[in-house]
Design a protein around this ligand. Structure first.
Ligand code: ADP
Ligand code: ZN
Length: 627
């Protein structure tokens, strides 16, 4: 944290110079350049960019350029104390003077930092939102402001300010202090969440009405989306990992802590390096496991949604959902953690009727929420159901949800393996009228299992008890298997014709939209679930893992150099107590291995090789290569 930015970039450095000199990249990506330019000149900005899009540089480069021009420090609000150390470590490695202020520091450490700040020696300061509202921090900000040393506020994960977002954090509300107390300091808010309601709320709460909005395409073309029917989730997951992602890093999301523990245990028993992570574990253990996930190769993290925000590991090769998330925003943010490095990655989910029922119940029975809130949440869940049941390109549906038009992608399950569609109008009508008749005959509603028994003409105890074998709908659906009925029911729920009443034992009730089908005015086309079994078998047999593919293109000499470079990187990372990718990304090492540089100049211009890293590691790299 000692070197000053001036040593690697001068007051005359343009944003493009800084990109090359400090970060070792040759070009801005997408809208980065326009954003950086706007913020460098003191404009306020709202940045909506998908995970992995490159948001960090959007504030880091303005921070450096503005510090060089004498504007002082950029304060980065980041919700995750646990990751600040690595973020600051990555900047320090690149030669940028950065630090964090959080509750893990001693009074003396904080005081030393405050002095550094007042001497204008820092370019970026990371702080958690709850920190901003403390008297000490308010005093510090005021002193900096008085001296003209408050350059910029960058609010990362800004959707946390909105209760409509999926990660509402009450402490973000205190950030209104920033614009109220320091209205003249430029502000930027960054998020990967783009739904309309959250965006409006964010703009209001952070007072960004005047800010320029930068909305990127939310497409992540390197991610392959797959949603399959849940039949035997544990086995399905195991097969998916073993056939597609052997020894690769991934995240598996489950809904409950118990399930997380079970699945992690199951994977371990099957010889896969896996760990559990959820809010029920103590903070120290969580931190340890997160560190291992970031630092070790090929680790699978089985987690609740408590895990993942701010995780910037670039080489996560898959994100699997064993249970359905609450909404598309959550799904997209979670799956977006795969493939930040731009190499191919999988977003894979299994889902079933039980997921739908569970999620409904959680919304309906949540006591804290208002009816208005529940209504919004139901709408969001319905949108996710429709995505899961959709027969069109997943990407087209996903992007469409965020208001973006696109063409079928060729890289999702529906594009690669178009699902057959069957006319389920008749089946839907049978199911709907069965729900209706049962309710009429018994005066109460029943759950899915019982209704399917009636349709399929099964004589169970319950059927006899209620005399349901005498209903006109008894046995009218014997031609379809139970799995097909489940699919019909799920899709009727997704299409808002049936609701699962969580307040009454998950019983099924008709909704007004059912009328059209009952009256024969609308038809229902459904995914052919029989295909799910086929899609489930080891597909793309020819597809080697990404790692395999990339490394296969290197010749034997290069492969051997790459192995040596990785071993060396591992040692450096351990010494510095940082994840390996903070030292160099895989892509950078690969480029070095391929080019077999002989002299320091040969290393210049390799993507990811900034000036500071060249100085610090160039000679070492050549030594490792035996040049
Ligand atoms: P986000 O915060 O939007 O999820 P990051 O800021 O972590 O994304 O960036 C994702 C990855 O892309 C990082 O590994 C980063 O180094 C890399 N990256 C960002 N911008 C560029 C660029 N212009 N050229 C090359 N790589 C980039
Ligand atoms: Zn597609």
């Amino acid at each position: 944290m000692s070197s000053l930015p001036a040593s690697i970039s001068s007051p005359q450095s343009t944003p493009l110079d800084v990109l090359g000199q400090v970060f070792g990249y040759q070009q801005f990506r997408g809208p980065q350049e326009a954003i950086v330019d706007h913020v460098v000149h003191g404009g306020d900005a709202l940045v909506l960019m998908p995970t992995g899009g490159g948001k960090s540089l959007c504030y880091q480069i303005p921070a450096i350029v503005r510090q060089n021009a004498g504007h002082g420090v950029t304060i980065v609000i980041s919700p995750l104390i646990a990751l600040m150390h690595d973020q600051v470590g990555a900047l320090t490695e690149a030669g940028v003077s950065a630090a964090f202020l959080n509750s893990t520091q001693t009074f003396e450490e904080s005081s030393a930092l405050e002095k550094q700040l007042l001497r204008n020696e820092l370019t970026l300061l990371y702080a958690a939102p709850e920190r901003i509202n403390t008297p000490r921090m308010k005093g510090l900000l005021a002193s900096l402001h008085e001296r003209g040393l408050l350059s910029l506020f960058a609010i990362d994960e800004a959707h946390c300010v909105s209760q409509w977002g999926h990660d509402f954090r009450p402490e973000y509300r205190s950030l209104s202090l920033l614009h109220e107390t320091f209205p003249d300091v430029p502000r930027m808010a960054l998020t990967a969440t783009a739904d309309h309601l959250t965006r409006q709320d964010m703009i209001e709460r952070l007072k960004l009405e005047e800010a320029r909005e930068f909305v990127s395409s939310f497409d992540r073309p390197n991610i392959r989306y797959t949603i399959v029917e849940k039949t035997d989730p544990t086995r399905q997951l195991l097969r998916f990992i073993q056939t597609e992602h052997d020894a690769e890093a991934g995240i598996v999301y489950c809904q409950s802590r118990k399930r997380v523990e079970e699945i992690a245990g199951m994977l371990e028993a099957a010889g896969i390096k896996a760990m559990a992570y959820h809010a029920g574990l103590d903070a120290k253990l969580r931190q340890q496991r997160q560190d291992r996930f970031l630092r070790e190769d090929g680790m699978v993290m089985v987690a609740t949604i408590a895990f993942g925000m701010g995780i910037d590991k670039p080489d996560v090769r898959f994100v699997a959902h064993l249970d359905m998330p609450k909404n598309i925003e959550g799904y997209y943010q979670e799956t977006g953690r795969a493939g930040r490095d731009g190499q191919s990655a999988d977003a894979w989910m299994v889902y079933g009727l039980q997921d739908v029922v569970n999620q409904r119940r959680m919304i309906d029975t949540s006591e804290a929420a208002s009816e208005e809130f529940k209504q919004v949440m139901r709408g969001k869940l319905d949108a996710l159901l429709s995505l899961a049941e959709d027969t069109r390109c997943r990407r087209v549906s996903l992007l469409g949800y965020f208001g973006e038009a696109s063409q079928p992608c060729g890289n999702c399950d529906n594009c690669l393996n178009p699902p057959a569609v069957w006319d389920a109008t008749e089946a839907a009508r049978k199911m709907l009228s069965c729900i209706y008749r049962v309710q009429q005959a018994s005066g109460i509603s029943f759950g899915a299992g019982h209704l399917m028994d009636i349709l399929r003409g099964k004589t169970t105890e319950k059927i006899t008890q209620y005399g349901h074998e005498s209903l006109s709908t008894f046995g009218i659906g014997a031609d379809l298997a139970e799995a097909q009925w489940r699919s019909v029911l799920r899709q009727l729920i997704a299409k808002n014709m049936v609701r699962v009443n969580a307040e009454a034992f998950n019983t099924l009730q008709l909704l007004p939209d059912a009328r059209q089908v009952l009256k024969g005015e609308a038809s229902v086309l459904l995914r052919q679930q029989a295909l799910a079994a086929k899609a489930d078998k080891p597909k793309r047999g020819s597809k080697t893992s990404v790692k395999g593919l990339v490394e296969a293109t290197l010749n034997a000499g290069a492969l051997e150099r790459l192995a040596r470079l990785k071993a060396w990187r591992g040692e450096v990372a351990r010494e510095h107590n940082l994840p390996a990718f903070v030292i160099f990304h895989d892509a950078t090492l690969r480029a070095i291995a391929e080019q077999a540089p002989q002299r320091l100049q040969d290393l210049e211009g390799i993507s990811g090789m900034g000036t500071k890293k060249l100085q610090a590691y160039g000679a070492e790299v050549l030594r490792v290569l035996g040049a």
